[in-house]
Design a protein around this ligand. Sequence first.
Ligand SMILES: C[S@@+](CC[C@H](N)C(=O)[O-])C[C@H]1O[C@@H](n2cnc3c(N)ncnc32)[C@H](O)[C@@H]1O
Length: 234
Amino acid sequence: MMYGTLAQFYDALVKDEEATQAWVALIEEYVNGKEVLELACGSGEITIALAKDGYHVTGTDISAEMLQAAKKKKDHDLVDWKVMDMCDFQVDVSYDGILCLCDSFNYLLKKEQVQKLFTQVKSHLTKDGVFIMDMHSMDRLLEFAEEYNEAGRIDHHEYQWTIQTIEDCIYQNFAFYDEAGRVSLEQHIQRVYDPMWVKEQLEALDFDVKIITDFTFDGIQEGEKLFYICRKKS
Ligand SMILES: C[S@@+](CC[C@H](N)C(=O)[O-])C[C@H]1O[C@@H](n2cnc3c(N)ncnc32)[C@H](O)[C@@H]1O
């Protein structure tokens, strides 16, 4: 199960306080109102930071283990947590902002899932509500054309982490070895989409779409991540 094991090591591997603060600032800039739904919130770093900033946040993820990790954190009780598949949700509430951050979008491997996500997001936004998501740029496929390899030690576990591109997907393989020598393996596949195709899908649903590269540059530029700020027009 994806994140079944990684959940307990996720923050140690990827937590980035500066990026969390940059996300909060970006959300403050574009979301009018305080009702926020975060899809695929993972271990809840941004979720809890937003709640501390005064937002009423519902944090959702398909992985119960990731939400367990979130619920161990200080101030977790400021957030309403729910296990939920971002491709299949229906709640009786509308939100001022819906978020899907830190490559979570790339876990959708089929174009139909992307279209379903966008349709559901639109139907859960208030008038003038905003959907904010990010995804890997196409440059990332080139970055991992040659396998990336990392090894280290976290919480009494040795780990190995490889990342490699195959066609339009990024494959991440994790191995965690406990002190008794038992190994837990996980493979994650993330699909990288043509950014113009993604924009077209959003515009077909009457979203006004602004794209920023790596928090800073307007439009689609060379970089790691593309941020989509999508305001519902109708
Ligand atoms: C790279 S993590 C990002 C987590 C979080 N957004 C953050 O800021 O760190 C990707 C997350 O997407 C979640 N995920 C993948 N597919 C999902 C789906 N179909 N529905 C909901 N969550 C999903 C995973 O469980 C994982 O927690």
